[in-house]
Write a protein that binds this ligand. Structure first.
Ligand SMILES: Cc1cc2nc3c(=O)[nH]c(=O)nc-3n(C[C@H](O)[C@H](O)[C@H](O)COP(=O)(O)O)c2cc1C
Ligand code: SF4
Length: 461
């Protein structure tokens, strides 16, 4: 059960020497002895799936860019690799945690990826407000460059592997890969049109791989120990481990690396130490992206395929638990408000739809909504799905619809009486984590700050 790949040491690694003493950069050395295609085949064979949310097979993405010889204009391609360190999903704190624990593992993973795919530019895109993580990365990059693991002629191989950092805004959409590319190009975090996938049309029109921090940090382990070793952990659907962020109504919130396939119930009851005061779990959210998970589905194994079947999703491994003292519609309202604020407004259906749903959820909470309002929410949820450039509007439709599907009695109670549970539910956007006390610090000022910065929700007239 305690099989770990990434979080094998308690204390953060402070220097490159610490990393080298633990076998750091041996995987890069080994990779240079392999062909680029050999590395990509090994990653493909390992079954590694992206840990940023969608679970896309990493080797297939790399292969797609590796095979692109020219850009969309037919000019020899200058391929790019982007590490997505945006971590904007409410309820998730694993990428920042990984960077704090061991930034060198990510750098080594990026160096291997760069060599395999043949990228000319490699960029870590991270929010400017993540100041501690930015400083850690800057220092680690400097150390690695000075020691010859980055920059020109890496490890005497004649290969150049530059690595830069790009700072982005505190926007959920920064994490959407096509919006991230826009930001790196100096534009606002607005997702590009649907068909413009980074593998074909990425940074400055060049073929580009975008991978999550955890995905890239896993790469050195696969290269060093082999695809078969990696596949011996986790499930056939999703080999390896994942770093789960567990928050909400549990005794021991925290960050836990577990093998894929571990039942969600084990994460909550064994690692989270059950619900507070032994109340029953009412529902669990894997961020604002997926359908709510009712108590009856807690035995579902944590892998991409099993979670999709129930149907929900693994997301980026952030699980927010609510017990039966929490109002589940209020939890949904928090996510709906978040998505309505974060919606960039390029697609009217998304900006107006998230606003309409949010307003009607507020009316339900206040006891001012009618049966027609509830039906209109469900109707809006159907229409909003798939109606925009990016997945944000679909997230809204899936999540809110699922609450109405799983908890119709709660909806009816709200129509008759409004919310009968006066407990405040924080919007679980995480700012920090205190490991000693297992306490998460939430961004309590999120709504006020967003409105003060001019971000808005379109409410129906
Ligand atoms: C609205 C939205 C927000 C996202 N936020 C993040 C994020 O913060 N971090 C991340 O790695 N992926 C995020 N993603 C997923 C990325 O678009 C992309 O799939 C991912 O970075 C690919 O990396 P992977 O294959 O290693 O998972 C987001 C997607 C959407 C639609
Ligand atoms: S779906 Fe929403 S968030 Fe995505 S591009 Fe359109 S308006 Fe922006």
């Amino acid at each position: 059960m305690d099989q770990k790949v990434l979080l094998t040491h308690e204390e953060p690694l402070k220097t490159l020497d610490d990393y080298l003493a633990r076998g750091g950069f041996q995987a890069l050395k080994k990779a240079f002895g392999m062909t680029p295609m050999g590395i990509i085949e090994e990653i493909k064979r390992s079954g590694l799936r992206g840990r940023g949310g969608a679970g896309f097979p990493t080797g297939i993405k790399w292969d797609g860019v590796y095979k692109k010889e020219v850009d969309t204009l037919g000019i020899p391609a200058r391929k790019c690799l982007v590490c997505n360190a945006s971590e904007g999903e409410p309820g998730t704190y694993k990428d920042r945690y990984l960077i704090k624990k061991n930034p060198y593992m990510l750098i080594e993973g990026m160096a291997i990826a760069s060599y395999a795919i043949g990228t000319a530019r490699n960029i870590i895109c991270i929010k400017e407000i993540f100041k501690t993580e930015v400083a850690i990365l800057e220092r680690a990059i400097q150390e690695c460059a000075a020691a010859g693991y980055l920059g020109e002629n890496v490890m005497g191989t004649g290969r150049d592997i530059p690595l830069e950092i790009c700072l982005g805004p505190d926007s959920y959409l920064l994490g959407e890969d096509r919006a991230m590319l826009e930001v790196i190009e100096g534009k606002p975090a607005w997702p590009r049109a649907k068909g413009m996938i980074p593998v074909d049309y990425g940074l400055w029109g060049q073929p580009t791989v975008v991978n999550n921090v955890e995905t890239l940090s896993t790469v050195p382990h696969i290269i060093q120990r082999g695809a078969d070793w990696f596949k011996s952990i986790g499930t056939a659907d999703t080999p390896g481990t994942m770093i789960f962020t567990l928050t909400g109504d549990v005794n021991r919130p925290g960050i836990y690396e577990l093998p894929m396939g571990t039942p969600l119930r084990t994460l909550i009851e064994v690692y989270g130490g059950e619900t507070r005061l032994d109340r029953n779990v009412k529902a669990v959210f894997s961020g604002p992206t997926n359908a709510v998970i009712p108590e009856s589905k807690l035995d579902t194994p944590l892998d991409f395929g099993s979670m999709r079947k129930i149907p929900s999703g693994l997301g980026s491994g952030g699980f927010i638990v609510y017990d039966n003292t929490a109002c589940i519609l209020k939890a949904g309202l928090n996510f709906s408000r978040f998505l309505a604020i974060e919606s960039c407004g390029q697609c009217t259906s998304c900006k107006a739809g998230t606003g309409r749903i949010t307003r009607r959820l507020e009316l339900l909470e206040e006891g001012l909504a009618s049966q027609e309002d509830a039906l209109a929410i469900v109707d809006d949820c159907q229409h909003i799905k798939g109606s925009g450039r990016c997945f944000l509007c679909t997230e809204e439709g899936i999540e809110i619809n699922s609450i109405f599907y799983h908890f119709p009695d709660d909806v009816q109670e709200h129509i008759e009486y409004g919310c009968l549970k006066d407990r405040h539910l924080v919007m679980p956007k995480i700012k920090d984590f205190d490991e000693a006390t297992h306490t998460f610090v939430f961004d309590e000022a999120y709504y006020d700050r967003s409105f003060a910065e001019g971000r808005y929700i379109i409410y129906p007239a």
